[in-house]
Every structure is written in C-alpha cells, then in structure tokens.
Design a protein around this ligand. Structure first.
Ligand code: SF4
Length: 366
C-alpha cells in the first residue's frame, strides 16, 4: 500500500522503518508550506483548530502524490483532537478521494479497528519483526528529540551562525536511513562531537526561556514561525517543554513509557494549586510546566496557542495568576492562518528585552 504520515517537525525520521521496511511504499509529504496551510484552510471548517487544518493540507498533498493509506493518531477527549482523524477522513471522502484512514489509538472497548489497522501496517510480516521495527522507530524518535533539545543550547552559542541547524539536519537524514541501534549510537556520538566543536563554551549564563503550550504548534516549526530558531539567533537558550515522548505515552495510556508517566505526574503536581484537573490537550501541562520553569530558575516562558484552542485559552487565563504569584514573566502567542511575521517578531523582541532588563535588576511588571 502507498502510505503517508503527516509532518511534525522531524518525525519523518521513523517513516522508512515503519513503512518502507514493512513492504509498503512510503509517500513522502513535502515540508509544510503556505500551500499546505492554504489547502487545509480551504477545505476545513473555519472553527477547526490550526493543527487540524495543516494536517488536512498534508493529507491532500499526500493524496495528490497517490497515497492510498493515511496514518493518523487518535485520542479521547475532552479536546477536539479525539475527532481529528474522523473529521479529516470525512472531509477527504466528501472531496471524492479513495483511501484508507489508518487511525492508531488505544480503543475503549472494541479493539477490532486497532487490530485491523495494525494488520494493515504489519503487511503479512511476523509480529516479532513488526514490533522490532516499531521499537527501532521509537529509538529514532528519542534520538531525534535528544539532538533537537541539544541544539537549543548550542544555537545561541554557535561559532558560525546557522551551523548547528545544518549539523542537526544532516543528522536527521542519517537517522532516517539507520537500520539498527548501533548505527543510531554512532550518529549520536558524531553529532554531539560536532556540536561541541562548534560551540563557544565561553557564552554562559544566557537568558533561558521555556517553550510551553499546545503540542503541535510548539513542535512544528512552520506553524510556530520557527520560534526556536528565532530565539536561538537572538542569543536565547530555549527549553522545550513538550516532547513526543511525553505526549505519546499518556495519550496511548501505555504504561511501558514509565518515564513519561513520572514526568506527567510531576507536571500535574506543579499545576495542582492553580488547575487541579485536566482540561484537555496540554492545558494543565502548560500551567505545570510554567510553575516548573520558575522552579528551575528560567527567566520566563512563552506559551504558544493555536487560535480557538480551548485548553490553552484556559491555561492562558490561569497563567496570569501564576505569573503574578511567582513574579515570573510569560508571553502568549496565538497562531492562526492570518498570523503575520512582523507583529510576532515585535512581541518576541519586546519580551526578550523585558527579560534582559530584569537580569540587570530593573524591576518591571510581568
Ligand atoms: S489541544 Fe487545542 S489545538 Fe490541539 S486539538 Fe485540542 S483544541 Fe485543537
């Protein structure tokens, strides 16, 4: 089957392992661009959140390239993510496309759909081979996230502008082609060595900002207008609080991701005095992560929200109180298809100036 997966940062590093190596044909969706967004916006209902629109754009591009199967993660309320895959499937069917939506979610009750979808992906291979490929795919994701997190502290210290992004890009291509864990280990060692060679370790005590908020917008550079790179080139060390690792475990309710659960518990405890229960999406996580960022001695936090995202709107309201109580600056950036680059840059620059002044002892209201 010709299969495609939506884009999310560098997540495509696992695609060959779980698609091509299973005997399917991988349809590589082009990187997110304005065309992707325009396609999604044209066919999605206006009130839908931005990630749904961009992923719909991905699927339309994949179907144009001949995809027969589209893989999409599923979930269970209370936010709209639980219905994403079904809404996208129905829109595409209404447009006349012929394809199979392969939804991967842990069911509540009837396991037939998951079973059927896993069998499509398994494509007649043995279960042990299938599980091994998924394990390797998962190792790739973990390494991808480790290197992406490292680059956030290298970028503001890099000796030549742009070099750390280039090293990261080259490493992602190698991870994509890796066939076993030994190769991944080697890529990790080589990449860390290159990062070290290109880092000016004299640059210490930089301003550090936590990046919190909705999962997709915080991890997809096109959607957040390359916020991490922007801040890095301003000399800011970004501390990314959302990870695929921490997201997949809880959403799939699989206890094999033990560390993710430990982390989730710590975040919930930090959020508890302000928000004692989940409001869907990353709402409670955002509040907890801001409290933890303050505890870790960071200078401030930026919350990124797709327009109309209810969990993040709840969090934004609560963050005003958190920010006041802890004397900890936060900035909220809301993204939709109309978001303009200049306005965004101005707000980010003003926030960074505020943090720099606070470092110098100038007390300004948060
Ligand atoms: S978290 Fe927000 S943006 Fe993401 S699916 Fe839920 S409502 Fe939409």
């Amino acid at each position: 089957m010709k299969i495609a997966l939506p884009r999310l940062g560098n997540i495509e590093v696992m695609n060959e392992t779980i698609i091509t190596d299973m005997g399917h044909e991988l349809i590589e969706i082009p990187p997110n661009t304005k065309r992707t967004l325009d396609l999604g916006v044209r066919y999605a209902p206006e009130y839908c959140c931005l990630p749904l629109k961009i992923v719909l754009g991905n699927f339309l591009e994949a179907l144009e390239l001949g995809a027969e199967g589209l893989i999409m993660a599923g979930g269970w309320g209370p936010c709209r993510f639980g219905y994403y895959a079904q809404v996208q499937r129905d829109i595409l069917l209404d447009l006349g496309y012929d394809f199979k939506m392969i939804i991967i979610e842990i069911p509540r009750g009837n396991w037939n759909m998951l079973w059927e979808n896993l069998n499509i992906l398994r494509n007649g291979r043995s279960w042990s081979y299938f599980i091994n490929q998924f394990r390797l795919g998962w190792q790739k994701i973990l390494l991808m996230e480790k290197l992406e997190n490292m680059v956030l502290s290298v970028r503001p210290r890099e000796k030549v502008r742009g070099v750390s992004s280039r090293i990261l890009k080259e490493s992602m291509l190698k991870i994509k082609k890796a066939k076993n864990r030994e190769m991944l280990k080697q890529i990790e060692t080589e990449t860390i060595h290159k990062f070290d060679e290109n880092t000016d370790f004299q640059k210490q005590n930089l301003i550090r900002i936590a990046l919190v908020g909705e999962f997709y917008v915080s991890l997809e550079p096109f959607t957040n207008h390359h916020l991490e790179e922007k801040l890095g080139y301003m000399g800011i060390e970004v501390v990314r609080k959302n990870t695929i690792e921490a997201w997949i475990g809880p959403i799939m309710r699989l206890k094999i991701f033990k560390d993710s659960f430990k982390e989730e518990q710590e975040i919930e405890e930090a959020a508890y005095p302000y928000l004692a229960h989940s409001v869907g999406g990353e709402g409670q996580t955002t509040v907890g992560n801001v409290v933890l960022a303050h505890k870790e001695g960071l200078d401030g936090a930026i919350q990124v929200i797709p327009f109309t995202c209810m969990p993040e709107i709840v969090a934004e309201t609560i963050l005003k109180k958190v920010s006041e109580d802890l004397d900890f600056p936060t900035l909220t950036l809301i993204y939709d298809e109309q978001t303009g680059e200049e306005g965004l840059n101005t707000r980010v620059e003003a926030f960074v100036d505020l943090l720099k002044k606070r470092r110098k002892g100038v007390r300004m209201s948060v």
